[in-house]
Write a protein that binds this ligand. Structure first.
Ligand code: PBG
Length: 317
């Protein structure tokens, strides 16, 4: 069974007003200024979409990703506007530094340890945790209904939980990107969020240092178990279709709601084939989302949310 309220719609917030910049590798997806994002979310809501997840592109990037934990940053501004103007919409926020750091990594960097392998900088897991915690609290203060850490640092769920509780947000749940694989399916997203790791001396080329190995299902289950122990309230598997075995495994093993993220590359593949007339876009999109549900996902994050909801309800906006 697939219903509109099984779908969560990712939206990209950018500074400015009346900005609606198409993302080239994701037809139908835009970078939106807050006013436009509110209008888009409202239209989605009218079609039956009940939840959105927000990603932000800040006005400035720096080595520490300070735009991520600014109480007046792009995401807090977007959250406040949505909570005011689209009552009833569940507003989730992605918690990560990669959109906010000038090097594009999900955490802060430090020089290699003396005697360690190679000359590359490495992501400083433990120095990143308090920054992520501040980011989550800034989102919660703005009114976020749920926070979703996607950075994949070890210990982040526990760090977020403690910080949220201390700040008076014990009731704000954490949707953990619990099993997030370091694959090739995130390319278009990095265009949309302007978050690809920069090329530069010493900067790690990819996220393999903190995201998971696509070949390893057992590691995935261990990672999920750690997030559960740290207090995750909901669990996500990402990407979706190539990892449906993981979705099913998580569903069977853990007694928490499970989400699948149908990611940017998966969306782009359907779009590209459909544009050539090679597949029936609407049918393939709905079948894809339905199969995520069949595999065990209680809900699906998808760029198709509004379109699929519209197909399911018959409401066009
Ligand atoms: C940030 C983040 C990414 C996605 C969601 N949160 C990209 C990444 O890890 O580089 C990808 C979503 C998509 O591809 O649709 N860490």
């Amino acid at each position: 069974m697939l219903a509109p309220d099984d779908l969560v719609w990712p939206l990209f917030a950018v500074p400015g007003e009346r900005v609606r910049t198409p993302v080239k590798s994701m037809p139908g997806v835009f970078q939106l200024s807050v006013d436009e994002l509110v209008a888009e979310a409202q239209a989605g809501f009218e079609c039956g979409v009940r939840g959105v997840i927000l990603f932000g592109v800040p006005e400035h990037k720096d080595a520490q990703g300070s735009g991520a934990y600014d109480d007046n940053g792009i995401i807090p501004r977007a959250v406040r506007a949505l909570k005011l103007k689209v009552p009833g919409l569940v507003v989730m926020t992605d918690v990560c530094l990669c959109e906010y750091t000038d090097h594009g990594h999900c955490g802060v960097l430090r020089p290699p340890r003396a005697g360690g392998p190679g000359q590359d900088l490495t992501v400083d897991n433990d120095a990143t945790l308090p920054l992520l915690a501040r980011e989550a609290v800034a989102h919660a203060k703005a009114g976020a209904d749920l926070v979703a850490p996607s950075d994949m640092m070890d210990g982040r769920v526990g760090a977020l939980r403690r910080a949220l509780d201390e700040a008076g947000f014990a009731e704000v749940p954490i949707l953990s990107y619990a099993a997030k694989f370091a694959g090739a399916f995130y390319g278009p997203f990095r265009d949309a969020a302007e978050s690809a790791p920069r090329e530069g001396p010493g900067i790690p080329k990819d996220r393999k240092g903190y995201q998971m190995d696509p070949a390893n299902a057992r590691e995935a289950m261990r990672e999920v178990a750690l997030d559960v122990a740290e207090g995750a309230d909901l669990l996500m598997v990402k990407p979706a279709l190539p990892y449906l075995d993981i979705v099913r495994g998580v569903k069977e093993r853990f007694d928490l709601p499970v989400a699948a993220y149908h990611v940017s590359g998966e969306y782009a593949m359907i779009k590209a084939a459909a544009e050539r007339g090679w597949i029936d876009e609407d049918r393939v999109a709905l079948e894809t989302l339905l199969c995520c549900r069949r595999a065990g996902a209680d809900f699906v994050l998808t760029y198709y949310a509004r379109h699929a909801a519209s197909l399911l309800t018959g409401i066009r906006r």
